[in-house]
Write a new protein. Structure first.
Ligand SMILES: NC(=O)c1ccc[n+]([C@@H]2O[C@H](COP(=O)([O-])OP(=O)(O)OC[C@H]3O[C@@H](n4cnc5c(N)ncnc54)[C@H](OP(=O)(O)O)[C@@H]3O)[C@@H](O)[C@H]2O)c1
Length: 296
């Protein structure tokens, strides 16, 4: 059978990257929310997926702060729909590759390994943790790929927000006491494609959880500094000062982990995936946005 992968979230950062760069010989089918609304998937009965060879679930309710006041909506997409996709994949005998988050971790220090206990603080983190459980319970062959701090030239993300604010203001304050690992959506998409191809080609490939992020670590403040270093190389306006502040000085509705760095030794060992440094990814994104004149 020709390779035909069902992709959810094809309009998001990671889904778009996967659609732009499909592996050779693979037809990626990415129905939008108008065709496949995941918030009501549980009411629609089991999906028929026999025409596909794999499912990649990149869709999610990703508005971390808004989820605090919309827990049912976040749960429907992040947990119920993930479970339904898993059940449909199991019925069709195909694997599901499901994307999850560093925010399933809470108190404690990273880099987090795949088998470290999870204890999410936020509604978003709790619904994503429940989604992982639902995928595992579906009995589909599965890869759960946790990632963190996704950035790209598309959609809404921290790099684009910094470029916009940096063009408007001379002084910015950015949180400097949350540590993490930025992840370029394009690099994650390549990793997902490689994992999916392995699951399709090798029926013996065992299910599991893997972590993927770019190499290295930083804080939001460190990431902002790197964005502005790249932006000034492209002649973009940058702030004169980027002040480090604490999380308590920038209160947000959802509590985030202070340290959500991911350990990705396992993905390197099992799939030969070695991510490049996050600074390279930032440089590529800023160059692309500067070239497109979108970095405002
Ligand atoms: N962004 C991050 O920093 C981050 C960090 C860690 C993990 N992750 C995980 O990485 C994955 C991809 O994230 P991303 O940054 O690419 O997300 P994103 O840019 O926010 O895109 C989310 C995607 O989900 C779709 N979606 C949301 N609700 C839907 C619904 N009810 N029915 C159908 N589609 C729906 C969106 O469609 P519309 O365009 O129609 O809204 C969009 O295509 C997610 O699993 C997320 O939890 C993200």
């Amino acid at each position: 059978m020709a390779e035909r992968w069902l992709l959810t979230g094809g309009s998001g950062q990671v889904g778009l990257a996967l659609r732009r760069n499909p592996p050779p010989g693979v037809d990626i089918v990415a129905p939008g929310r108008d065709v496949l609304d995941l918030s009501t998937l549980i009411d629609q009965g089991v999906l028929e997926l026999s025409e596909f060879t794999a499912v990649i679930n990149c869709a999610a309710y990703t508005a971390v702060d808004k989820a605090e006041t919309e827990p049912a909506q976040a749960h429907a997409v992040n947990c119920e729909a993930a479970g339904m996709l898993g059940i449909a994949a199991a019925a069709a005998g195909i694997p599901i590759i499901h994307v999850s988050t560093d925010y399933v971790f809470g108190e404690g220090e990273g880099p987090w390994r795949e088998d470290d206990p999870i204890a999410p603080f936020s509604v978003y983190g709790k619904t994503k943790a429940a989604g992982e459980m639902a995928v595992k319970a579906s009995r589909a062959r599965h890869a759960i790929v946790r990632t963190s701090w996704v950035i790209s030239a598309d959609g809404k993300n921290f790099v684009k927000t910094m470029l916009r604010l940096g063009a408007e203001r001379d002084v910015l304050q950015v949180v400097a006491d949350q540590r993490g690992t930025p992840t370029y959506a394009g690099d994650l998409a390549s990793a997902l494609a490689r994992i999916t191809a392995r699951f399709v080609a090798d029926p013996e490939q065992a299910s599991g959880v893997w972590h993927f992020a770019n190499a290295g670590e930083t804080t939001w403040h460190g990431l902002a500094e790197q964005v502005f270093a790249c932006a000034s190389q492209h002649g973009l306006k940058v702030p004169t000062k980027v002040e480090p502040i604490t999380t308590s000085e920038y209160p947000a509705p959802a509590r985030r982990p202070a340290d959500s760095r991911l350990d990705f030794t396992k993905i390197a060992n099992d799939f030969g995936i070695s991510p490049r440094p996050w600074q390279e990814a930032v440089a590529e994104i800023v160059a692309r946005l500067a070239g497109e004149g979108q970095a405002r």
